[in-house]
Design a protein around this ligand. Structure first.
Ligand code: SF4
Length: 354
């Protein structure tokens, strides 16, 4: 889907990208099925406001659920239209997508984060979507209701916390991240402290924080930009430092665990590189992501490329930004990948060197 109907006061997207328009569930599932046939095992569904997917699409196949709810009350597409939980369930159940292992999506809005979408994160045996990655990026922007109201965000901190609490109840290992703006017009020290407190309360794995700057043509640009630049930057640095401390502890709690990664390629982080006793060859450092979207680096000297493979890694060290581990095992070329075509496999084989 593209476009956005939310009109947050600071954002130019609804003016540049227009109103929300969604493809149909059948189109998206067809595209993903084609990718899976080529060997793809992880997809990310994209949209400015992806969880309001389906507005205006007739729900011709009468997929369930037909109505979405949350504590805010106003949620996404209407009854009789397609909606985002239906799309996730259609991808999860389509036999052509059976080899798909992970579905991610970004970006979403708390207003359209429905109870029915939270239900998708339940264990599969309790009605959840098995392939939905245990990861969520849900922008909150501020910890102050007064500032959220000025931002035109249509949600309150109490409901955001309630939504995330329910999500963590169903899916305790979920990796959460968010967006934050420091120094929005009229933001007081008290408002800012509320945002810091929100970080403590939510224990995000990661944040994307920015100092406010006005976008010409938006409603917020008409407000006095009254937080001095040095104060904005100071608050931004405090947010980032505070989160680093939280993330460091959360990442350290993974040490000793075995995690499954999808390998994305060789890492630029050569700090892990070790030299063989012969002094001849350096081991290769690989990087991948867990289902919870944590970056993990590991050393492995196989001549065969591991890119695109699922591997199990035992976590041995942690920083505030990534994990490091030891490879335990990886999937065989065709094992667990019924969707892997011979053409794609021969592409993988051509990566074998030495
Ligand atoms: Fe839409 Fe996101 Fe921009 Fe708000 S911030 S108007 S939800 S794109």
């Amino acid at each position: 889907m593209k476009g956005c109907d939310k009109f947050c006061s600071y954002c130019i997207v609804p003016f540049t990208r227009g109103r929300e328009k969604s493809r149909t569930i059948d189109e998206v599932v067809g595209d993903v099925a084609r990718l899976v046939a080529q060997g793809v095992r992880e997809v990310t569904l994209l949209g400015q406001n992806v969880n309001s997917f389906g507005k205006g699409n007739a729900n011709a196949k009468n997929r369930q659920p037909q109505e979405l709810h949350n504590p805010i009350g106003k949620v996404g597409p209407r009854a009789g239209e397609e909606n985002f939980p239906q799309l996730l369930r259609a991808l999860d159940s389509d036999p052509r997508c059976a080899a798909l292992k992970r579905i991610r999506y970004t970006s979403s809005h708390p207003l359209d984060f429905s109870d029915e979408l939270i239900d998708c994160y339940a264990p599969a045996e309790q009605g959840g979507v098995a392939r939905l990655a245990k990861q969520l990026h849900l922008p909150v922007q501020s910890g102050s209701n007064r500032i959220l109201q000025k931002m035109g965000r249509h949600h309150q901190i109490e409901t955001y916390i309630a939504q995330m609490d329910r999500l963590r109840e169903l899916c305790p290992d979920i990796g959460l991240s968010t967006d934050l703006i420091a120094g929005f017009p009229t933001e007081t020290e008290e408002d800012f402290q509320a945002t810091l407190q929100l970080l403590d309360r939510m224990q995000f794995d990661n944040i994307y924080a920015f100092a406010y700057s006005p976008r010409p043509g938006t409603k917020a640009a008409l407000l006095p930009d009254d937080v001095p630049t040095e104060v904005k930057n100071h608050r931004l640095n405090l947010l980032l430092d505070h989160e680093l401390g939280i993330a460091e502890k959360r990442y350290a709690s993974r040490i000793g665990k075995t995690m499954e990664l999808l390998v994305e390629g060789e890492s630029k982080n050569k700090k892990m590189t070790r030299t063989h006793s012969s002094g001849q060859a350096a081991e290769r450092v690989w990087t991948g992501r867990t289902e919870c979207n944590r970056v993990v680096n590991f050393v492995h000297d196989s001549p065969r490329s591991l890119t695109g493979r699922f591997v199990n890694v035992r976590i041995e060290r942690a920083t505030a930004l990534s994990l490091q581990g030891e490879l335990i095992e990886h999937d065989a070329l065709f094992a667990e990948s019924p969707g892997l075509t011979r053409e794609y496999a021969s592409g993988l084989n051509s990566e074998i060197v030495g």
